[in-house]
Design a protein around this ligand. Structure first.
Ligand code: ADE
Length: 224
């Protein structure tokens, strides 16, 4: 998979891809992440990518021309399955969306800034708008990193233990059961006996029950 991220703040998107699972996925050649500085595609001498709103009003708007230039250049090089715009008024990200996007070959993610992009960008180029929750961030960069992380870890071969993504919270609309590690008794706080029993059928059943209980108390909406 190839992910092209378009931003005015490329420095915000460096470190998330330089550590741990996201770095390993790139080192293994399973995913390529390319971060593009939108200012490199500005045609004016100050490298501006934003301008005042028509009709007046506070806040700057990202201009269509540099965005058209970079998106058209990328599209001329390869086909893209989705051109995603990060925005608080997009569809709220969930595990189902991450699962389906993890099957795609090439995606572009455009990070919004200021008051957002000229509406014509959304009308002409964007195929999917994603929010990461009902709150407003300073820009789409951190949200784009969240989307990329949620997708990349699901691509086969990225996680060393392939089953571990399958037992994540939300994977079957259930939250994950509790987990424990050594010591089995810490200051009298004990690990449930069943996990030490060696009876894996019972352990599996216990984990399913715990996942269900946990979901019922914390997120009953997931079971509706
Ligand atoms: N940009 C600003 N806030 C955002 C959010 N909640 N989700 C996605 N992109 C955003």
């Amino acid at each position: 998979m190839r992910i092209d991220i378009i931003t005015v703040l490329p420095e915000l998107l460096r470190s998330p891809f330089e550590a741990s699972i996201l770095k390993r996925a790139q080192d293994k050649g399973i995913v390529q992440v390319h971060v593009h500085n939108l200012r490199d595609y500005s045609t004016n001498k100050h490298k501006n990518v934003d301008d005042y709103q028509f009709g007046g009003g506070a806040g700057m708007v990202m201009m269509i021309e540099p965005i058209d230039t970079i998106i058209s250049k990328l599209k001329a090089e390869r086909d893209y399955d989705e051109v995603i715009y990060m925005s608080p008024d997009g569809e709220t990200l969930n595990q189902r969306m991450a699962n389906s996007m993890s099957l795609l070959q090439n995606i572009i993610i455009l990070c919004g800034h200021y008051k957002g992009v000229d509406q014509r960008v959304r009308d002409q180029f964007i195929t999917k708008e994603i929010s990461i929750g009902d709150y407003v961030l300073s820009g789409g960069e951190l949200a784009a990193a969240v989307v990329a992380d949620s997708i990349i870890r699901l691509i086969p071969g990225v996680l060393s233990n392939e089953t571990s993504a399958l037992t994540d919270s939300f994977q079957d609309n259930l939250l994950a059961p509790p987990v424990y590690t050594r010591p089995a008794d810490y200051k009298g706080w004990k690990v449930p006996d069943i996990l030490l029993s060696g009876n894996f059928a019972n352990i599996d059943r216990w984990r399913e029950d715990q996942a269900m209980e946990h979901t019922k108390t914390r997120r009953p909406d997931l079971l509706e």
